[in-house]
Design a protein. Structure first.
Length: 63
């Protein structure tokens, strides 16, 4: 599943996110969602979330 739809993402889900400073390289970080930061139902670059360890990024893939 891709992370462009808010309805696909649940708190506690394991996801792969791209952080702001890694957008050019596309390096992904794996973690567990603690907060969903994007309010809209869809976002073309991925829904922005905060992981349990405090990392903020856009969801690229849901595990």
């Amino acid at each position: 599943m891709d992370g462009k739809k808010r309805s696909n993402i649940k708190i506690g889900s394991t996801v792969l996110v791209v952080e702001k400073h890694n957008q050019r390289s596309g390096e992904l970080t794996e973690g567990v969602v603690s907060r969903i930061l994007t309010n809209s139902q869809n976002h073309p670059h991925g829904i922005k979330v905060m992981l349990e360890d405090g990392i903020v990024g856009r969801v690229k893939e849901i595990k």
